[in-house]
Each structure stands twice: as structure tokens, then as C-alpha cells.
Design a protein around this ligand. Structure first.
Ligand code: NCD
Ligand code: ZN
Ligand code: ZN
Length: 422
């Protein structure tokens, strides 16, 4: 199979390329990149005039809900949603039922993914057994079974001594740890960001310190253990200061933000709509602006979705009792283009860096760029196509999005994984 992508704006952070070029794939690899590649003898020609041609996007924070929560999502529906959203690789979090805490369970996910996924699935292993926060998993066995990272996402390992030991083990294996930062005692029954909105809606608040104290704790533990720490879903202004200082100090820390946290604030929350409820919560304008600054100045390495599908009945009108989390795989690209690229906060090349190049580096996937001889994982996006987000068009089983009805720009036209159009 040969696919010729003609006249696209090829964005390759690995070589700092941003140029209109043709790109030819053959079978699973990139065969040629050049100014005029001949179309004869190809199976498909894609006219990519006006389009971004990026290395296949990588979402390093996804909840596939498989095994155990198949009424929310499955490997099949979640990876289809990922492909539709432009992602050729995703990392699935371990908070399934059972929790992915041993090699056997991890291998079962890979077996399912081989059967049902059009894209690459990487499965995280949990930090503690059953995510019980008490007993560490066997990190080496998880790594040998193919876990590129460890993560307790959904929870913080509250015992600092135990987490320190986990970081030591991870460091010895060169495994990054993806860190959900939320002090459960400080959080209490909090549902939305602390402040006037939570008060008005009569729910308990979640202060910035719930997040910032754990980020600071874990960065200090990473410093002590030389572990590679990746901070998940940053939402606060102070987290940017802490992470920036840590990086300047030479500590091995990377960080991500999710599109909802730079797009919305707690002022946007509609009363009775729990699709605005997620962990961490939507914060203030000041926080969102700080996240955008963090993306611009390199404090933030990665944009990930934290795709967290839930069933309709789990997202009831009662915000206090509704589940935390929103879907994101099919809205990440248009929100990033609309909120960051069009206003000039990020260049298209920087978008490719945060949504493909940097995740690949953190996950140890090599360069994963658009280079001859590399695997043909490619995303073609038209940045100028305007459309209205429609939750009923999602491939995901989750309909829990606050973005239904929102006008955006930037449409994924093709997701090519190993030389095959998904
Ligand atoms: N983000 C969320 O609000 N929810 C996630 C858990 C998590 O990412 O911490 C989930 O699994 O539902
Ligand atoms: Zn989390
Ligand atoms: Zn998550």
C-alpha cells in the first residue's frame, strides 16, 4: 500500500521542519519526503493543500475503561474515538476493574488491543496493587510485559514513604511515573473549584492547594530519587511556578495540561450540568492564563486529553454526587487549534511538539517524527474547517462533554497508522 500526501504543511519537530512538501508512505513506513513526488504507481493520493501534516498524535492520558467498565467505553470504541481524534498512539490508564497491576492483566489488554484497535495502545501499570495505596506492584514485571509507564491516575499514593519507594524502583528501571496530584484529605467532599461558583452552586470546594501540595511533595521526592516524574492534568497557576522552578533546578520533571483546563474556567459552569465536573476542577481565568503561559514558555511539555468517559446516569444533575471526568479524544485537536494555535499562543510546529514529539520522548518511543524510514504514523488536519462539536457524532461511548454545541476550528481529516488509513 502506497499513500501519497500532496502539498501539505509538513510539521516535524524532530528536524524543526515547517514546509509545504509531499510525503509518500509505503507499507508501514515513510518512503520519501520531497517537493514533487510523482503520483503514478500509488494506491491513494491525499490532497493536503492547506492542511497540517503532523507526526501521528500521541495522547498519553486516556481512560479506556476496559476491563471492567465496558458500559462506559471499550478498547474498541475508545481506540476508534482516538483514531477519529487524530491519535495514532494512546496510553491507557490502569484504573480499570481489575486494576492493571500485574503482567498478566497488562498482557490481556495488549491481546485485546491487537484484535480490536486500529492504533497503538500502550498500557500503564499501577503503582500499588489494586490501587490500594498500601503495597507496591512489581514494576520490573510490568515493564517487561510492556508497560511504558507506571501510574496510579485517579488517585494519589498518599503515603509519601511508599511513593518514594515506588519512585526509587521506577528510577532503577528508567520508567516514568505519571502522577495524579490530589491530596484526598484536603479534597474532602469537594466537587468544584473553591470559590464563589462552588458556593453559589452549594457544593464543597477543591482548593488549588489540594493539587499544589502533592505536586511539590512529589517533585521533591523525584529530586531525591532521580526518578522521571510526569505531572498529570495541571490546573493551577502555582503548579506552573513549582514545575518551572523544578526544571530550572535540573529535576527530571515533565508536565501536561488538558484542553478543558485552558479553554474553560469555573465561571463557565452551567448549574445542574455535571459535564463541567472533572478532576482537577475547572479553575479561574488567572489559572487558565498561567497554563497557557506554561505551554508557551515550555513549563508544560504535553497536551493530553484525560479522556474519561462515564455513563449518562453517572453524570446526573446533582453535581455533588456525579462522577468526575469528561471525554476528550474527539475534541482535543479542535480545542487546541481554536484556543492556542489560532490566537497565536502556539505555532503549529509547537502543537506537534506537545501532542506528538514530547509524548514520544517521555514514553521512550524514539523520535517518532516524519522522517524517511520511520513508521508511517501520520495525522492530517485541516486547521481552517469550522464545525460545531456534536456529542452524538462521537465514536466514544461517552457523551460527557461540556463542549457539545461549541463552534471550533480544526478538523482531523486522516489518521494514518502504520501506513493504513484508520
Ligand atoms: N479526571 C477525572 O475526572 N477522572 C478520571 C480520573 C483521573 O484522571 O484522575 C477517571 O478515571 O474518571
Ligand atoms: Zn488523574
Ligand atoms: Zn485521568
Amino acid at each position: 500500500m502506497k499513500i501519497l500526501i500532496k502539498n501539505g504543511r509538513v510539521l516535524n519537530p524532530a528536524t524543526n521542519t515547517d514546509a509545504v512538501l509531499d510525503l509518500l508512505t509505503e507499507d508501514a513506513c515513510i518512503k520519501e519526503i520531497g517537493t514533487h513526488i510523482d503520483a503514478t504507481d500509488t494506491d491513494k493520493v491525499i490532497d493536503a493543500s492547506g492542511c497540517y501534516v503532523m507526526p501521528g498524535l500521541i495522547d498519553m492520558h486516556v481512560h479506556l475503561r476496559d476491563p471492567g467498565f465496558l458500559y462506559k467505553e471499550t478498547i474498541e470504541t475508545g481506540t476508534l474515538a482516538a483514531a477519529k481524534g487524530g491519535f495514532t498512539t494512546i496510553v491507557a490508564m490502569a484504573n480499570t476493574n481489575p486494576v492493571i497491576d500485574d503482567a498478566h492483566k497488562l498482557e490481556a489488554v495488549y491481546e485485546h488491543a491487537r484484535q480490536y484497535s486500529p492504533i497503538h495502545v500502550l498500557q500503564a501499570g499501577s503503582v500499588t496493587k489494586g490501587m490500594n495505596g498500601l503495597e507496591l506492584t512489581n514494576a520490573r514485571a510490568l515493564k517487561n510485559a510492556g508497560a511504558p509507564v507506571l501510574s496510579e491516575d485517579g488517585k494519589t499514593v498518599m503515603n509519601a514513604a511508599l511513593f518514594r519507594e515506588a519512585l526509587l524502583n521506577a528510577a532503577a528501571l528508567n520508567l516514568p511515573v505519571l502522577d495524579h496530584c490530589e491530596d484526598i484529605h484536603l479534597k474532602g467532599n469537594g466537587a468544584l473549584n473553591s470559590g464563589s461558583i462552588a458556593k453559589k452552586l452549594k457544593v464543597e470546594g477543591i482548593s488549588n492547594a489540594v493539587e499544589d501540595t502533592i505536586i511539590a511533595r512529589d517533585i521533591l521526592l523525584a529530586k531525591e530519587t532521580n526518578a522521571r516524574l510526569h505531572i498529570c492534568h495541571c490546573s493551577t497557576a502555582d503548579s506552573m511556578k513549582i514545575i518551572k522552578a523544578a526544571k530550572e533546578d535540573g529535576i527530571s520533571v515533565t508536565a501536561e495540561v488538558c484542553p478543558h483546563h485552558f479553554t474553560l474556567t469555573d465561571e463557565d459552569i452551567l448549574p445542574g450540568d455535571s459535564n463541567y465536573k472533572m478532576a482537577p476542577p475547572l479553575r479561574t481565568r488567572k489559572d487558565a492564563d498561567a497554563l497557557i503561559d506554561g505551554l508557551k514558555n515550555g513549563t508544560i511539555d504535553v497536551i493530553s486529553s484525560d479522556h474519561a468517559p462515564h455513563a449518562l446516569y453517572e453524570k446526573t444533575e446533582d453535581i455533588a454526587s456525579a462522577a468526575f471526568g469528561i471525554v476528550g479524544l474527539e475534541t482535543s485537536v479542535p480545542l487546541t487549534i481554536t484556543e492556542l494555535v489560532i490566537p497565536g499562543h502556539l505555532t503549529p510546529l509547537q502543537m506537534a511538539e506537545k501532542m506528538s514529539y514530547n509524548p514520544a520522548k517521555i514514553l521512550g518511543l524514539g523520535t517518532r517524527g516524519l522522517n524517511v524510514g520511520e513508521i508511517a504514523d501520520i495525522t492530517v488536519i485541516h486547521p481552517d474547517i469550522e464545525f460545531v462539536i456534536d456529542k452524538d457524532s462521537f465514536a466514544s461511548m461517552g457523551r460527557n462533554t461540556p463542549f457539545h454545541g461549541r463552534k471550533v476550528r480544526g478538523k482531523v481529516l486522516f489518521t494514518i497508522c502504520e501506513g493504513v488509513i484508520c
